[in-house]
Design a protein. Sequence first.
Length: 422
Amino acid sequence: MFKPFQPNRLFRPVRQAILSRFQGGIPEERGESSVPVYYFCDIGENRMYVSPELCRLFSLPAEEPVPADAWNRALDKLTSRPVEGFPNVYHWDSGADARYFRLHLPADPSHPGAIIDVTEEIISSLRLKYRLDYDQLTSLYTRPAFKRKVFDLIQKAPDKVGAMMFADLDNLKRINDSKGHSAGDLHISQMARFFSFFTFFNGVVSRISGDEFAIYLHGFDDQESARRVIHRILAAGRVSGVSCVVPLTDEPPDCDEKLAFSIGLSWYPADSAGIAELMNLADYAMYYAKRNGKGRLVEYADIIGVKDAPGTRGTSALDKILADEAVTFTFQPIYELRTKKLAAYEALLAPDPRYFETSFDLYSAAAEHGRLFGLESMLIQKLAKTYQQHAEVLQSARLLLACLTGEICTNWENVFDPVKDV
């Protein structure tokens, strides 16, 4: 009966055939492509065929075949430095010759494997990623990268307190008009260096656009601890003559010759648990600061009760909706055209008309107050209760609820825990 060859017991003629196949069939190990490809194969008896150029790169013995233990050490060194975001790609640094390699291990040890030099591809991708993640003028994070970093911080410690700040330069137009845009760019760069001090407190700093910056601090036990850090940095800027910001209750400062900016501040999770909502609320507070003397730090919570302040419309009605779950659902059937059978029900939201006329008005008020996450938490739980009440009619049909937040929320488990058995 036929028995296949075992990889570690190959006859010498077979080993020679493998060697000749590699050596004769791959000129310069590039073929028609400009991307170098290097091959390796287990030829049995604890020996490996390894492409000559790969032997040079990995500083392997010049003898042929290569001892298996030497090859395994080189492979372990290669795979010890994976490149994040690129599967099976590793960074090889032998001093003067740093490369990126993509490793293809064979499923069968008797088959050849390959190592592809993807240095140009990875460097181009990393350069593009850097341009997407970092602002060219200030080297701070861009808005998308900022939101990802903030999300990571909250995910690691969702029970801690965070501070979201939006800052806008107050004197930039005057500088651009009087000294030119190059002076304005220098002003922005100096401001970026000042905001970078927040990174010493595990902060994330971003240039959102133009002369607007966002800063997020996380990991505090309470708001007061975060305030001390914020005011310490701002006070250091005032003392050194770098910046010019005071609390809203203080007299407007004389900021003509300093880096003046207005700051809005919102709190995680007190004001909102959603990142986009926190940014919106801090943005509201920042523009309130600019309308009231500039050079001010304003917390969103301090302006909720102020007439005509952003986010003051419909507070009591929204609180009533959330507290009493004052909404109803109308279930619209959805049929599958192919089978003509009932597939699901769409839950159409109707708020109590005493508070809001339409669901759009309800969502708009929730967004304005930074309460979208709280609203949709209530809606999901109310929908689950409604489903339970009408289970016999609804049977096993699926329920669909349209959500409008369109953002990352960090504690969905708290929403579903009360209804996980429904």
